[in-house]
Design a binder for this molecule. Structure first.
Ligand code: ZN
Length: 577
């Protein structure tokens, strides 16, 4: 766990303008900075960054957040990864809370340098190896695409890398997996006579290699082992190069091999990535769903390909999000994406992608194929097989629809199935808000929230008996709680970061957009006091009206109260003028 205080400190030290400007060049416009939004396609800039408040907000697509949120959203990094990256950029070390069991891996920068040297060496070797060039040419690869992916060649020798490094005995060579140390300490290169595909992380650093044989030979694909740099279940080949296209298309294709990724890019499909000799992990799915709306898995048409697709489905289930799409494309058995696109071209391939089988369709197809639904045993087996899969889904709508379908297939009622699987019925839709009394106008809550977004610590000055209302009121309550827990100095950015992803995020987001145009000279404290006064006056008025309605029934105590309220009202109004 990264301590909260550190996140706060980090946000205080960073300048969001510097952070974003590294990825998206910003222009000054009034008090803020603007650019065309990197998260949606637009011609005139609605992406706005507030330097004084340290957050960004897009008036086009609603994207919003802090520097941390931006890096996550833009690069697909996870929360911890983004924090580490940002901290490193300003020379801060990320402390770990004592309770953590995640070991902090320190990566010396020279390991990255070493990978860089090896890549350079392999690329040079490709240039002087006609056989390797011929192989790539035969597969339709241009020099431009080969260069874009940093493709190289490792010669057919035992100690090639002697030519690339100053000391072949250095421990870092084994640590990065480039060299293998055999019995008796004899060393040799891991990759020999292979086309070399550098594996690049989202930051653009080379963390490993994939090597493919040119002709026959085993294994066909050889990957770097897991090292301090390279964690297979987390990385995807080609993601660094594909990021932009994935965002633009709002779609990513997941394939099995590096050659597939490169061949698709060569043919104009630039939004493909490959897993690296592992099944698609939940982490992969999560990472990709952060970047776009749709994932299409496209594996080879053969048996292992089918198996890989099913594993991908299993690992995708817990990550499903209502509204995001996951599809499966099954190519004819003799094809992989590489051969298919070379034979039929981009349009045909993309047509297949458009018509990929939705995850739900694939799931039901496989479940029903395994059993005979005409028999009672078959229907009961269907329910048994479906249970672990369907209960792994947390996306409520998707889960509900699939349960309905499986129940129908098994010939039982949905409620019966849910009873059988002990699934709690989905809570009834929240009751409509009770009819509003004449108390604080909703606009009061909204104005209040705007002030608090500008200056969260003002929430400490809220009177203890203030009347909250609606979603804004609930958000203000949550903000007050957060403020009470935060001993450190608070800021707009740390508040936004705290509520990112919470149920209150939508109302905070609206308020953030609204305060974006408030200039530095805007007196938030005066506005805040004005709003509170207005809310108090509204409350007094409502109470007095209620008393007046009693007319002659008013008790003497109530008459007194009414007089007091009238006096307070007069006093407040006098102050206002
Ligand atoms: Zn946008």
């Amino acid at each position: 766990m990264i301590p909260k205080s550190f996140i706060q400190d980090l946000l205080n030290r960073l300048d969001i303008v510097d952070v974003i400007d590294r990825y998206v060049p910003l222009k000054k416009a009034g008090t803020n900075f603007v650019a065309c939004c990197p998260f949606h396609t637009e011609k005139s800039p609605s992406f706005t960054v507030s330097q004084s408040k340290q957050f960004y907000h897009c008036f086009g697509c609603g994207a919003h957040g802090t520097a941390i949120g931006f890096v996550m959203e833009h690069t697909g990094m996870g929360f911890v990864e983004a924090i580490e990256d940002l901290a490193k950029g300003i020379g801060l070390a990320v402390p770990q809370e004592a309770s953590n069991n995640i070991t902090q891996v320190k990566v010396a920068p020279d390991l990255y340098d070493l990978m860089q040297s090896a890549t350079r060496y392999y690329r040079e070797q490709l240039k002087v190896t006609p056989r390797a060039i011929e192989y790539l040419k035969k597969r339709g690869l241009s020099g431009e695409v080969a260069a874009r992916f940093g493709i190289g060649y490792s010669p057919d020798d035992w100690q090639n890398l002697r030519a690339a490094v100053s000391n072949y005995q250095d421990a870092s060579l084994v640590e990065t997996g480039l060299v293998i140390e055999g019995e008796g300490g004899k060393r040799y290169d891991r990759f020999r006579d292979r086309i070399m595909f550098p594996i690049v992380n989202v930051k653009g650093q080379i963390i490993g290699f994939g090597g493919r044989v040119l002709d026959k030979g085993e294994p066909k694909y050889l990957n770097s082992p897991e090292t301090t740099l390279f964690e297979k279940g987390h990385e995807l080949y080609g993601l660094y190069q594909a990021q932009k296209a994935i965002r633009a298309q709002q779609r990513v294709i997941v394939v099995e091999g590096y050659m597939d990724v490169v061949a698709l890019a060569q043919n104009g499909v630039e939004y493909a990535v490959a897993t690296l000799g592992t099944a698609t992990t939940p982490f992969h799915v999560q990472k990709l769903l952060r970047l776009c709306e749709q994932i299409v898995f496209c594996f080879d048409g053969d048996k292992p390909g089918q198996k890989a697709a099913w594993r991908a489905l299993e690992n995708a289930l817990p990550q499903l999000q209502d509204g995001k799409r996951i599809g499966f494309l099954f190519l004819p058995e003799e094809h992989d994406p590489d051969t298919y696109i070379r034979e039929y071209g981009r349009d045909a391939f993309e047509h297949e992608v458009e018509n990929s089988l939705p995850l739900s369709g694939y799931l039901l197809r496989e479940l029903t194929a395994q059993v005979d639904l005409r028999t009672q045993e078959g229907r009961s087996a269907l329910l048994k097989n479906a249970q672990p899969l369907l209960t792994a889904i947390t996306a409520p709508t998707t889960a509900l629809i699939l349960r309905k379908e499986v129940a129908a297939l098994a010939g039982i009622e949905q409620a019966e199935l849910e009873g059988l699987w002990s699934i709690k019925p989905i809570a009834a839709p929240r009751r409509a808000a009770p009819p509003k009394t004449k108390r604080a106008a909703p606009s009061g809550m909204r104005s209040l929230l705007r002030c608090l977004v500008m200056k969260p610590e003002l929430a400490r000055q809220l009177p203890s008996d203030w009347q909250s209302d609606g979603a804004e009121g609930a958000a203000i309550h949550a903000l007050t709680d957060w403020l009470n827990e935060s001993a450190d100095e608070t800021s707009t950015a740390s508040m936004i970061q705290h509520f990112q992803g919470s149920m209150h995020e939508p109302v905070f987001s609206v308020a953030q957009g609204e305060v974006m145009q408030w200039g530095e000279e805007f007196d938030v404290t005066a506005e805040f006091e004005g709003v509170l006064k207005k809310m108090r006056l509204d409350a007094i008025e409502a109470e007095m009206n209620a008393l007046l309605a009693k007319g002659l029934q008013m008790t003497s105590a109530e008459r007194e109260l009414r007089a007091r309220l009238q006096a307070e009202s007069n006093q407040l109004k006098a102050q206002a003028s």
